[in-house]
Design a protein around this ligand. Structure first.
Ligand code: SAH
Length: 217
């Protein structure tokens, strides 16, 4: 399955929908207009790729809704060359948006089956620079810290201390906070060693941020 003019056309329509819903960041829109989202779904679901909905990708996980991806990406305010940590690689789509925004991307997934699938897919579709990691996102990736940006793509009851510690001073972390069905999107900015500033945004629904890893037998 390849990219085509038809897919590009569908992508253009999706970008329009995102703009109508209030996404204004030109860089985010340009990034999303480049990425062939249909390549992240199984062939049978190709027609769903450019609708603004979340979609199952196996292992009881979902590829986030395009609006949600755009919203989180916009809040991150990424600049070229920033080191970014994503928690919850899933399909890899969000990681590609971060790479298109010229970040140096590290992404962690706790489900080994998804980790294997996505680690294989990303270089195949031209995203060679994304570093995928298999592990528990609650622990972050201390080996590669500090990060200028951290994005959590699973709902968290609270922001793990390890991730706060791995945030550079002046850095920003975006996460859906809450344990209910709907979470509040927040942006945490690290002002100094011990001071953080929290800003709330709208309500979103994510799959849960779970502890530990799931290995393939
Ligand atoms: N960013 C993804 C969205 C995936 S849904 C995308 O663009 O498709 C959230 C993902 O977070 C799931 O794949 C889930 O397995 C993963 N996840 C949940 N808890 C985790 C943890 N503790 N560490 C790493 N990944 C986790």
């Amino acid at each position: 399955m390849k990219d085509s003019y038809r897919h590009k056309g569908l992508r253009g329509k999706l970008i329009k929908v995102l703009q109508e819903k209030g996404i204004q960041d030109e860089k985010v829109l340009a990034a999303m207009s480049k990425i062939p989202r249909h390549l992240f779904l199984d062939n049978a679901f190709e027609e769903w790729a450019y609708k603004d909905v979340a979609f199952p990708i196996g292992s009881e996980q979902t590829i986030s809704q395009p609006y949600t991806v755009a919203f989180q990406s916009q809040l991150l305010k990424i600049k070229k060359g920033m080191k970014i940590l994503e928690i919850g690689t899933g399909s890899g789509y969000q990681a590609c948006v971060l790479a298109e925004l010229k970040g140096k991307v590290y992404s962690i997934e706790r489900q080994q089956s998804l980790f294997i699938k996505t680690s294989k897919l990303l270089p195949e579709i031209g995203y060679n620079s994304i570093r995928t990691l298999f592990g528990d996102g609650y622990l972050g990736a201390p080996k590669f810290a500090p990060f200028d940006r951290i994005i959590i793509t699973a709902s968290c009851p609270e922001i793990p201390e390890a991730l706060k510690e791995q945030l550079a001073i002046g850095g920003k972390l975006v996460a859906p906070l809450g344990s209910q069905e709907k979470q509040t999107m927040v942006r945490l900015t690290r002002l100094s060693e011990n001071d953080f500033h929290l800003e709330p945004f709208g309500k979103f629904a994510f799959v849960p941020f779970l502890k530990g890893v799931v290995k393939v037998d």
